[in-house]
Design a protein around this ligand. Structure first.
Ligand code: ADP
Ligand code: ZN
Length: 742
């Protein structure tokens, strides 16, 4: 800056006001703007500002001392101050905290807090369409119309453009359907129409253990920050118990946030909530329409909504009087967001509770090792519910040693995956009019498809992974990038005809097997392929509850918190799946998942039986499951982690470099390796090709840092990567506390 530019300003100084504005862009910097005369701005205010040729909505941030400032008179001016409620101070501190911890740019975190910019403007009445109850008789059907009606079937009102986008058709198709009388136009409400939950209604009369737990949770409300683990076996009534804490918070006129793993957001939970409190909570997840999202966000900001139940992103909502956070199924790995800002929502929920000075409850039947150790060290409190509610008992778990009980071939000669004891138990349940569930955590028909003649396998062109056959859709699919292809008739390598064979079971293949073994049974296949979102899942869950199906084959989707009173037999088809693998949490996760699946059996009067098919009947995870001995499993797991210097005893961070150009990637990885930080108590591993060495067409290299807990890991990484040149398409991602090692 030249002296003449500076001197030109002097006369104005002290008069022109300036503010720092944070923009919801992947940038760390705050931008300076001039405050126009007559406008008053305070930190947290939402403003519209010019950025290049664009207008962007940002948040006024707290002033900070910076040297070498551009004189105020030369700054661009704030365009407008929005009417929306400002971001509360606690939320600004939270955004800063998450950014510092995850090393994601401050602006990227702000973007999560302002996910629906349209919510910040006054609502205008919006026209939307909705399916009419009765179809006109003479409706001409086309494939495009069919798709629109399919999407609209849930009865929700959407803007015509939104409906068209979801259905993948032009907006003309939607308008046509409205003209033809299949859809009706309505004006969307400009406010969220929800009754207030009433905490004074009576809930169930609780058992003694439940009452004690509920009382303890309720007394933590309105007493500042505390973390309580609500540890109770499946079916013990954890939900009923934390409802009492919600009631206490509502009586204190506070807002409550309930986090759930996305797919567990069931209408069963919503119904129970409504029964208890006489009104529904606000919802926040991927199935919520844009219009609803806007209204919900604003109603939360205005303090009109008292309870929000949502997936991890709900954590960033602008609650002005938050009084309680509940994290249900706190151990669920789905709380880790793996793209964009990489964060663990359960951990960040604890941070938010602390910054807001409010209590947080972590509920689970199989708490994470991290949480259990925090209880042992006295950082967290714990409340236990050791028994299932009422007459329901935990199911008997039987180990089926597959080496002794080999599945015999099917009548048609095909390979079978079900051992005689499991077949017998399923048959028995079906005869008694009860339900059976077969669990296999593998989507598609078979994990591997290869040429019988030459052994050739079909690989994803974008990723280091094999394509998985899906017979339902008649496609091969990459489970990492979604790439799809059709199975060729001829092997591309040896030209043999019709030579591809499926190896190993996926849920679709298992479903085929049970169709042969139990032809009379009404079957249901449940995997994410048939369930695009929580709402679709719900219809099928209702079917199970209403006993419209007898035999369910499913992936981990069936494991989550559902209550099926008629389900008495659970078969875990391959209990060894997931036990091994490079993942440090493999054993823990496997235990949690299998325990949860097992917990689906015998949830009412009829006792349940669980069969674990395994080749390793002596594996500690299998033993712990069979003996129902969670504590000794956790003890052993903790000892193993301590000995291996693994989390939570040490801290891990991953750095993933990726580039479309492998040479440039190698150069960057080598440059970074040369500068690797050296500290006592810090180990830097890598660069190594990531297990998924190519993902979505990008080559990848990984560093893994292992650090003693007291080291300032983020600062060390920040100093290290700061100097790395980032040419062109080179991307660097930092993953603090990684869960995925791919
Ligand atoms: P968890 O969340 O621990 O798996 P839930 O809260 O879902 O357990 O309770 C399991 C089932 O038992 C639910 O159907 C619930 O309504 C019922 N239940 C729990 N406690 C009571 C109670 N005190 N009185 C009546 N029903 C109860
Ligand atoms: Zn792929």
């Amino acid at each position: 800056m030249s002296p003449s530019q500076l001197s030109g300003v002097d006369s104005h100084q002290g008069q022109i006001q300036r503010v720092k504005v944070l923009l919801p862009l992947p940038l760390d910097a705050l931008y300076d703007y001039q405050v126009p005369a007559g406008m008053t701005l305070a930190p947290g205010d939402l403003v519209e500002v010019p950025l290049g040729k664009r207008r962007v909505i940002g948040a006024v941030w707290d002033p900070e001392e910076t040297a070498d400032e551009i004189p105020a008179s030369r700054l661009k001016a704030v365009i407008d101050r929005l009417e929306a409620v400002p971001l509360p101070e606690s939320q600004r501190r939270f955004i800063e905290w998450v950014s510092r911890y995850t090393m994601a740019p401050l602006g990227a975190v702000l973007r999560m807090a302002l996910p629906v910019p349209a919510a910040l403007r006054p609502e205008r009445p919006v026209q939307a369409v909705r399916l009419l109850e009765e179809m006109p008789r003479s409706l001409k059907m086309t494939a495009a119309r069919q798709r629109v009606l399919e999407v609209a079937r849930d009865g929700l009102a959407r803007r015509a453009t939104e409906l068209a986008r979801e259905a993948g058709v032009g907006v003309g198709v939607v308008r046509g359907l409205a003209e033809a009388g299949a859809l009706e136009w309505i004006t969307l409400p400009v406010k969220l129409e929800l009754d207030a939950p009433d905490p004074h209604r009576d809930g169930y009369s609780l058992s003694e253990a439940q009452s004690a737990a509920a009382a303890e949770l309720a007394t933590s409300v309105a007493k500042g920050f505390s973390v309580t683990l609500l540890d109770g076996v499946t079916g013990s009534g954890k939900t009923e118990v934390y409802f009492e804490a919600i009631a206490a918070a509502l009586k204190a006129n506070a807002q409550v946030l309930v986090l759930q793993p996305e797919i567990s957001l069931s209408s069963q939970w919503l119904m129970r909530f409504e029964q208890r409190f006489g009104a529904r909570p606000a919802e926040w997840h991927s199935d919520v329409t844009q219009a609803q999202r806007r209204l919900t966000w604003r109603a939360v900001a205005d303090g009109e909504v008292s309870v929000v139940v949502g997936a991890r992103s709900a954590l960033f909502m602008p609650f002005p009087r938050l009084g309680l956070i509940i994290v249900d199924e706190e151990h669920d790995p789905a709380y880790k967001q793996e793209d964009g800002v990489i964060y663990q929502a359960r951990d960040m929920a604890v941070v938010r509770a602390s910054l807001e000075s409010v209590p947080i409850i972590l509920a689970s039947a199989t708490p994470s090792l991290e949480t259990v150790l925090n209880v042992q060290s006295g950082k967290y409190r714990a409340v236990h519910l050791p028994l299932r509610h009422g007459v329901a008992r935990l199911p008997d778990v039987e180990i089926v040693d597959l080496r002794r009980h080999r599945p015999p071939r099917l009548p048609n000669g095909a390979t079978s995956w079900l051992s005689p004891p499991l077949r017998e138990a399923i048959g028995g349940a079906l005869e008694a009019g009860e339900q059976a569930l077969l669990f296999l955590n593998r989507r598609g028909y078979a994990p591997l498809t290869l040429c019988r003649t030459c052994g050739f396998r079909l690989q994803c062109p974008n990723c280091t992974s094999w394509l998985v056959e899906h017979r339902l859709t008649r496609r091969l699919e990459c489970h990492h990038c979604g790439h799809g292809a059709t199975l060729p008739r001829q092997c591309p390598s040896c030209q043999a005809e019709d030579s591809f064979a499926a190896c190993g079971p996926g849920v679709e293949r298992l479903d085929e097997e049970v169709a042969q073994l139990f032809p009379e049974a009404r079957r249901l296949l449940l995997s994410s392929d048939v369930l695009p979102g929580p709402r679709a899942a719900e219809e099928l869950m209702d079917k199970i509850r209403e006993r419209q199906v007898d035999l369910i084959v499913g992936t981990q989707i069936v494991a989550k918190g559902h209550h099926f009173p008629w389900l008495t037999v659970v078969g875990v088809v391959d209990a060894d799946l997931g036990l091994s693998g490079g993942d440090l949490r493999a054993g823990e996760r496997s235990f949690q998942l299998l325990h949860q699946v097992s917990g689906r059996a015998g949830r009412a009067e009829r006792p349940g039986r669980v069969f674990l098919q395994t080749h390793e009947p002596d594996h500690p995870v299998i033993r712990a499951l069979a003996e129902g001995d969670k504590d000794s499993f956790l003890e052993r797991e903790a000892a193993a982690r301590r000995d291996g210097h693994l989390p939570p005893f040490t801290r891990l961070a991953a750095i993933i470099l990726s580039d479309v150009d492998p040479d440039r990637l190698d150069q960057a990885a080598r440059a970074l390796a040369r500068q690797a930080p050296r500290f006592q108590g810090l180990q830097v591993l890598g660069p190594a090709p990531a297990p998924l060495a190519v993902l979505r067409g990008r080559h990848r290299r990984r560093f893994l840092l292992k650090a003693r807990r007291e080291l300032p890991l983020q600062r060390i990484i920040g100093d290290w990567i700061a100097g790395l040149p980032r040419p062109g398409s080179l991307r660097l991602q930092v993953d603090i506390d990684p869960y995925s090692f791919l």
